[in-house]
Every structure is written in C-alpha cells, then in structure tokens.
Unconditional design. Sequence first.
Length: 274
Amino acid sequence: MTSRSGGEAGMRSKEEEDSWLAFAWQLAQESGSILREAATVRPDVEVKPDRSFVTALDARIERRLRERIADRFPSHGIIGEEEASANSDADLVWVLDPIDGTAAFIAGLPVYGTLIALMREGEPIIGIIDHPVTGDRWIGVRGRPTLHNGSPCRTRACGALGEAILSASNPDFFDDEERPALDAMRAATAWRIWGGACMSFGLLASGRTDAAFDTRMKLWDFAPFRPIIEGAGGVVTDWEGQPLTQSTGKRIMAAGDPARHREMLRLVETSMKH
C-alpha cells in the first residue's frame, strides 16, 4: 500500500513538473518572438546607476512573462531583473532575465538570450537558456538529461585545465580581490573566450567549451544553469563549491568535467589567499 501511494505521489509530481516545463517552454516561445522581431532595430538605451544597460525591450519582455505567470500560477513567486520581486518566499518561484547580455544585444552581437528558471524551495528545478536569434535553446530539468534543441547534449571530458577552453562574461567584472583568481584561471587554461554571456553556459553543456568563471552575477543571471549543466554531466557552483540556490552570491564557476571543477576550486582557494 505504501509503495502504491509513493508511486502515485511520484506520478503526480512528474505530471506537475511536466506542466511547469511546458509552461516555461511557452514563456520562451513568447519572449523569443519579441526578441527576434526587435533584433534588426537599434534599441533605445538607458544606463542604470550601476552603469549597466537597460532597454525598453527588457522591461516589455519581463512584464509580459510576469503577466503570463501571474495568470497561470497566481500562488507562485516571481523574481526578475527589471521589476520588484513578488512573493519571493513562496515554495515555487520563477526567475526571469528578459535579455541576458544586454550590452551584446545593443551592439548587435548575437550571444544574448532570455533566461527562465523555476525554483522549488530555493533550488532550481527547471532552467531554460533561449537564444532565439541563433535558434539555440537549452532546457534542463533536475534529474533529467539536458536537451539542446530537443536532443540530449553532454559536456565533454577534459584531461587537464591546461587543455581547457575557459569562458568569462567580462574580465572587467572582476574586482581587485577577485582578479588573482581570474589571473590564475587564465594562466592555467589553454584558451579564453570573453563576452559570451549566457550562451557560454549553454555551449559548455553541449561540450563546446570546458569551463566558465564569472562574478558580478545576480540570481537571474545564473538560475537556469544548475539543471542545465548538471543534466549534461557537468558541475556548476559558487566559488566555494556550494550548489547554486536562491541565496547564492555573485561568484559562480562551472566545468564540464567534474575533475576540472575540483581543480578550479583548488586554484581559487590558493589564489584568493594571497
């Protein structure tokens, strides 16, 4: 009797998860259609107090996604980049970044995308990285294989950091305290890719790069990465090696090969002591 009850509960849980996933996919479809339409037009730009960029399109996409979520799941919380959080202590919280890589979007470099995640009790269980202009979409669900454009994808093995391609959003993001860690990563890896925004993490999940190292991140910048990278066989954590959650700080790192992630953690620990 107990196993049947447990099986029924598990089935209900999977059905519920599938409904959230289908809805997240719909959100990505909607944001993608707006982004594709705007891709060929030079946007109006404002500069925030922290010197980051924002466009009217950021706000438009986030507002539309928030409306859809509030209509479909009124009890769920929402955390987004452009508007105040709503019910952020709920068991289920959607996290939205309407345009990750806004500077790239403004410059016309097609590495920007929309990030959508669903957190359950502070843990990301569904994640989407959507790049409508290049036609790339990564979908991760906790405990399931990651999909890239509908097909399973995997990270690649990497024998040593000295063979690795490392990505970082921008070397200018690293402050004086963090720069020794970045310098150590640069010295240890074979090649560096700058400016890939969220696409870098999707490409890592697809086995195109080996490691990612970033700082000055907010929850909406990284919430989808954990189910996507873990579902592809990789590891993504903060710089202390803790899994990404709703309370993670600004520093994150990832590797397709778990052994390289351990090596990166040792490098950070050693470099940040000096």
